[in-house]
Design a protein around this ligand. Structure first.
Ligand code: F6P
Length: 319
């Protein structure tokens, strides 16, 4: 293995730069040339490929976003797109690829492996929605961003004795909402993994009110519905006036936390180990604080499971 490529794909996540740095530095340490593929699979198809040196990843470990830029490519979902990508890699003499991204990115990685091109995946997404790893790169930072925002909202909620409904990202997964709601003592957390009942939410708000609670925080995962809809329901069914905050893409930015930087560095290192051992078609991850790897195929057919103990605890603590 003398030349490898690395790309970031899908929604960017804080810590992706730390993962790129780890792949590049560890590659160079082991006398492997590393090429950066810019703009994800779109850039791969168009040959936006440049050799990376030690210095090209200097001063990036603390930066959010991705220096390689990212994209969601429809063209790469086609056989022709995949063949064009492999052609480009071969022209540069690249023998294997590291893909940093989420499940959409791993579908592309799996296709490359099926076509005989060795690929390793590193889970990078704020959503924490990938099976085979307890945490994805970017989740911890996004969580801290959400917590910081909710803390600020709580100040004004308390001053005005209001109920706030905060919408968190996460696509189909409720992890960001559940963890941030738990960390911030939210009165109600709505996640797609659990049905919710509007009467019960109203009952809990009124019960809190009777007990002297003057403000409330409701965190809604985007996969469970929109904060505006919940606000409209509360107004219509109980006459409860609320304020809505949709946190949006602020959750994807910012300097990665120490946890994300270290996780990204460990996963990048493991990706290189696997390639040097001649492995392919694997995703690296962290389980019980051990760095592990699984077949990407099993990741694509598996399902991320939110921690049921956390759901139970959130219910118990928000009485
Ligand atoms: O997957 C990361 C994510 O931020 C999701 O939480 C969100 O649903 C989606 O990407 C938004 O995608 P886009 O930036 O393309 O609007």
């Amino acid at each position: 293995m003398k030349k490898i490529g690395v790309l970031t794909s899908g929604g960017d996540a804080p810590g992706m730069n730390a993962a790129i740095r780890s792949v590049v530095r560890k590659g160079i340490f082991h006398d492997v040339e590393v090429y950066g593929i810019y703009q994800g699979y779109s850039g791969l198809i168009f040959g936006n490929i440049h050799k990376m040196e030690l210095g090209s990843v200097g001063d990036i470990i603390h930066r959010g976003g991705t220096i390689l830029h990212s994209a969601r490519s429809d063209d790469f979902k086609t056989y022709d797109g995949q063949m064009k990508g492999i052609e480009q890699l071969k022209q540069f003499g690249i023998e294997a690829l590291v893909v940093i991204g989420g499940d959409g990115s791993f579908k592309g990685a799996e296709k490359l492996t099926e076509h005989g091109f060795p690929t390793i995946g590193i889970p990078g997404t704020i959503d924490n929605d990938i099976p085979g790893t307890d945490f994805t790169v970017g989740f911890d930072t996004a969580l801290n961003t959400v917590i910081d925002a909710i803390d600020k909202i709580r100040d004004t909620a308390s001053s005005h004795e209001r109920t706030f409904i905060i919408e968190a990202m996460g696509r189909d997964a409720g992890d960001i909402a559940l963890w941030s709601g738990l960390a911030d003592g939210a009165e109600t957390i709505l996640i797609p993994e659990e049905d919710y009942d509007m009467d019960n939410i109203i009952h809990r708000l009124r019960r809190g009110n009777h007990r002297g609670k003057r403000h409330s925080i409701i965190v809604v995962a985007e996969g469970a519905g929109s904060a505006s809809d919940v606000a409209a329901d509360l107004k219509e069914n109980a006459g409860i006036d609320t304020r809505v905050t949709v946190l949006g893409h602020i959750q994807r930015g910012g300097s990665p936390t120490a946890y994300d930087r270290v996780l990204a560095s460990r996963l990048g290192g493991k990706a290189l180990d696997l390639l040097l051992e001649g492995e392919a078609g694997k995703m690296v991850g962290i389980e019980n604080n051990e760095i592990v790897s699984h077949n990407i195929q099993s990741i694509l057919t598996g399902q991320h499971k939110i921690d049921p103990q956390l759901i139970r605890l959130a219910h118990e603590l928000s009485i």
